[in-house]
Design a protein around this ligand. Sequence first.
Ligand code: PLP
Length: 216
Amino acid sequence: MNISENLNKISAALPKNVKLLVATKSRSVSEIEQVLACEQTLIGENYVQEAEKKFVLIGKRATWHLIGHLQKNKVKKAARIFDLVETLDSLELAALLDREAAKLNKIIDVLIEVNSGCEANKNGVLPENVLAFVEAVAVFKNLRLRGLMTMGPALPPKQLIPFFKLTYELFQQIKNSHQGLKNWDLLSMGMSDSYLAAIEQGANLVRLGTVIFGPR
Ligand SMILES: *Cc1c(COP(=O)(O)O)cnc(C)c1O
């Protein structure tokens, strides 16, 4: 796999309004350096401890998104490292993250993770609870609500379309009804096998690993 070739090809083919996040879990710092050399600076990590090790070497040359579930006991470290948390899904977590961000005198961007498949063992806020959750999170002064993120069930890409559609509709509904949310602009949906379908359904942030680096 030629990382820069893959990246340049994929990013050139994306619609102008779609941001590319490079999912770097299990990838080495030297692989990430190759990404940065292509002027792609938006990276996503799943685990706080893994991100911490990489952050020491890469620091603010990248913009860091947390794309894995955040555990309560990792919030303090996460607040230091991440510019944006894509997986906010509980009020308790929001309160903890807001408090740590305040201590750091920092505003942390957040997306709400939607459990768009209403799956019992999955993280994320159920679609029916997203509106109330948005309103509850909007009061935290050190969190900036930017939009929604979803994974959808583990299904072939075509079968994910209804879940992307549902999340897009929620995203638009909130955009229209909550005009006080001045920074409501990000809809993170789609991975290597599903990003084209996700973009068709309105995603403007896609999270790609395998198509850039090869299989993990
Ligand atoms: C790993 C991961 C990705 C990237 O997955 P690929 O299939 O390798 O593109 C995207 N989003 C999340 C939340 C991930 O954990």
